[in-house]
Design a binder for this molecule. Structure first.
Ligand SMILES: Nc1ncnc2c1ncn2[C@@H]1O[C@H](COP(=O)(O)OP(=O)(O)OP(=O)(O)O)[C@@H](O)[C@H]1O
Ligand SMILES: [Mg+2]
Length: 235
């Protein structure tokens, strides 16, 4: 068997004295979409930040395609094929849409330029607003820009932190279509953090549920039943 695209083993992460992630194990197989779920404050974003290198684990192992990641700087992880769309977007508000996209082209060069048409196919609305400043876009448009910018990197692993949070329904539908289209292409793995259960059900292959820094349940998305949702997800 080939190694999974991403593997977390016994990962422990703390902020100062308080341990937030308490020894989690998680795998994202090649070309699959895994949804990390859980209520507010359980440690989902902390997990993602540790994968991309913004936080250093206390202990545990992070590997991508069998290669150990946890000593590499964030930039090196990006170069090895990880693209990250943080919670709350994080586009450059003072740069135009086109300039925001350029930031990926600068990192990735020609290879990113080759992805531009594909990104406009997935998010046609972006094409009509290239000269507008990122900061004047709606939340949904900013989310499309943030995902589009990540896709220009043509990542092996796309990481999305609550892409539907505070976004109008029509754009949530477009993001859902985009994730389904990316899955159909079978060229990247996706780790999605999401609390919107219907959205997770529509796009995921597998789920993991976190509670206070531990993974309490995981399986194929078809196994995510109403009781599990009521017990661990809804407020
Ligand atoms: N910079 C920080 N310093 C100290 N504690 C933090 C810091 N960031 C987050 N925490 C704490 O770590 C815990 C996990 O936070 P995290 O942001 O990972 O949760 P989350 O599952 O992403 O929540 P949400 O669904 O609200 O985004 C919370 O108790 C939070 O208060
Ligand atoms: Mg979060």
């Amino acid at each position: 068997m080939s190694s999974p695209r991403l593997k977390l083993e016994d990962l422990v992460v703390a902020y100062g004295q308080s341990t937030i992630i308490r020894g989690i194990n998680l795998e994202v197989p090649e070309n699959e979409l895994v949804c990390l779920m859980g209520r507010n404050g359980v440690g989902k974003t902390t997990t993602l930040k540790t994968i991309v290198g913004l936080l250093r684990p206390e202990s545990g192992l992070i590997t991508m395609d069998g290669r150990q990641l946890d000593r590499l700087p964030t930039s090196e992880r990006a170069r090895s094929g990880i693209a990250y769309v943080p919670q709350g977007r994080d586009i450059f508000p003072g740069l135009t849409v086109w300039e925001n996209l350029q930031t990926s082209i600068i990192v990735k060069g020609k290879a990113a330029r080759a992805q531009v048409d594909r990104v406009f196919e997935l998010f046609p609305a972006l094409k009509g607003m290239l000269k507008r400043k990122g900061g004047v876009l709606s939340g949904g448009e900013q989310q499309q820009l943030a995902i589009g910018r990540a896709l220009l990197l043509d990542p092996k692993l796309l990481i999305l932190d609550e892409p539907t949070e505070g976004i109008q329904p029509s754009i949530i539908d477009q993001i859902e279509d985009t994730l389904l289209a990316l899955k159909a292409e079978k060229r990247m793995s996706i780790l999605l953090v999401e609390q919107y259960v219907e959205f997770a059900l529509a796009v995921s292959d597998r789920f993991c549920i976190m509670e206070r820094g531990s993974i309490v349940k995981a399986g194929e998305i078809s196994q995510l039943d109403e009781k599990t949702v009521a017990d661990h997800l809804t407020v």
